[in-house]
Ligand binder design. Structure first.
Ligand code: IMP
Length: 193
């Protein structure tokens, strides 16, 4: 069994990752290494994530994986994007809805990037899900879950936010996190053969 440390301050991410991995047969065990890694400032979350993975490896000195995310709102030119964490703490979901008042275009997407680093290689995996910002804040979930409506399946009522989908265990089947993590798991199997 291969042990990898997921280095993050965010327990929500870790529990979603655990739940996604539970449904797959893998030869890896993911342990939570609670730590806030200082992020560099850059326009691209990919660059931020690679640097974050290097810093995390230098702390743990064992194979690690980190995740960086962003919510990108099209009518706001991709804002909050790489500033999603800061904006959530400062403006919150109410602030985002306020910024979109009167806006016809509420489309957005969530992007996740996982970066694995074992001291020899550094490799990134991205996942993206399109959606739109709701006009009200729903109950449940965490972060921007209560205001993000994923567009993923024409047969399913696309009024459900990530927060309401969390309640019926659906978010982890479709999320940006799940898409990126699937790519990592697939690659890791081959890498370890
Ligand atoms: P970071 O990767 O920790 O910088 O995360 C960016 C921010 O995006 C987080 O602080 C959350 O507020 C938000 N976020 C990331 N992933 C999700 C998600 O799956 N649901 C809701 N909010 C998320």
């Amino acid at each position: 069994m291969n042990v990898i440390f997921f280095v993050s301050n965010n327990i929500h991410k870790f529990s979603e990752i655990k739940s996604i991995l539970r449904d797959r047969t893998t030869d890896l065990t993911l342990n939570f290494y609670k730590r806030n890694i200082i992020e560099i400032q850059d326009d691209k979350i990919e660059k931020i994530a690679v640097q974050k993975a290097k810093s995390a490896y230098n702390i743990v000195k064992k194979p690690i994986i980190i995740e960086d995310d962003g919510l990108f709102i099209n009518s706001l030119n991709g804002f909050p994007g790489q500033y999603s964490s800061f904006v959530f703490k400062s403006l919150g979901n109410r602030g985002i809805l306020h910024l979109l008042e009167g806006s016809k275009d509420r489309t957005a997407f969530f992007k996740s990037i996982f970066v694995y680093n074992n001291g020899i290689i550094t490799k990134g995996f991205t996942g993206q899900i399109k959606g739109k910002i709701s006009s009200t804040i729903t109950d449940g979930g965490w972060g921007y879950d209560p205001i993000f409506i994923p567009l993923y399946n024409k047969n399913i009522n696309e009024k459900e936010t990530f927060a309401t989908l969390c309640k019926i265990d659906k978010k982890n089947e479709i999320s940006h996190r799940k898409i990126a993590l699937d790519k990592f798991v697939k690659w890791f199997h081959h890498y370890n053969k």
